[in-house]
Design a protein around this ligand. Structure first.
Ligand code: URA
Length: 224
């Protein structure tokens, strides 16, 4: 494992150097894209290994496993949720429980497959009994999300629920006020909307949520 990490790290350093030196510019667009995907998947793999070993807070003691995130390493759209729930903690994958079924439907409704987007959370470990994330846990975990965004370079981030929207926009406005409008996170478009788990408990949020998904689809179409 240590050897594998060393190889990945040297490949990343090499590719980063090539990227910075403009060497990738001499390749055809399709080869450039392949290099870029390779670079991102290696960088995500290396980052995930730090996350899996993370002991920054007490959630390291209660988690079954970390849930790093999954999807296309160069996805145009990044979905950010709150924290893994019970099923996610069991399977090690984000949004695989009942909220995940709704999120998957929303992704398909905008014309994409789950594996064509990237899905992660603000917290990479499940809080006991699915309690809300604590401010210190968010502060400890946020650098991992920042690094995922730096690697994936999505064109649109969809913040699912108030914890993702608050962490990424450094605001404390309510999600009802924030949702449905486009903001900027370090130059990347960011659309906050209701969390799918909230919709399961509050069906009145479904109409605005689907309006937000239509908005997301329009933003996506501008990029294609
Ligand atoms: N809720 C979240 O915020 N994230 C998950 O991965 C699952 C449920």
């Amino acid at each position: 494992m240590i050897e594998e990490r060393k190889i990945i790290q040297s490949l990343i350093t090499f590719l980063e150097g090539e990227k910075m030196g403009g060497v990738l510019e001499i390749f055809s667009p399709s080869l450039k894209k392949e290099f870029s995907v390779l670079f991102s998947s290696l960088a995500l793999k290396t980052l995930s290994q730090s996350v899996y070993r993370c002991q920054r807070c007490a959630l390291a003691q209660s988690r079954r496993q970390c849930v790093f995130g999954e999807g296309a390493p160069n996805a145009l759209i990044l979905f950010v949720g709150e924290a893994p729930g019970e099923e996610e903690d069991k399977q090690g994958k984000p949004f695989v429980g009942s909220a995940g079924i709704l999120l998957t439907r929303a992704i398909e409704a905008i014309g994409l497959k789950r594996e064509e987007v990237y899905i992660t959370n603000v917290l990479k470990c499940r809080p006991p009994h699915n309690r809300n994330p604590l401010p210190q846990e968010i502060a400890n975990c946020f650098p991992y999300l920042e690094e995922q965004i730096r690697i994936i370079q999505p064109r649109i981030i969809c913040a699912l629920g108030k914890f993702a929207a608050h962490a990424l926009l450094s605001t404390s406005s309510s999600i009802s006020q924030l949702r449905g409008k486009i903001y900027s996170y370090q130059g990347i478009k960011l659309l906050p909307t209701f969390h799918p788990a909230y919709l399961l408990r509050n069906p009145q949020g479904k109409i605005p949520f689907w309006e937000d998904m239509k908005r997301l689809k329009r933003e996506l179409q501008k990029l294609l």
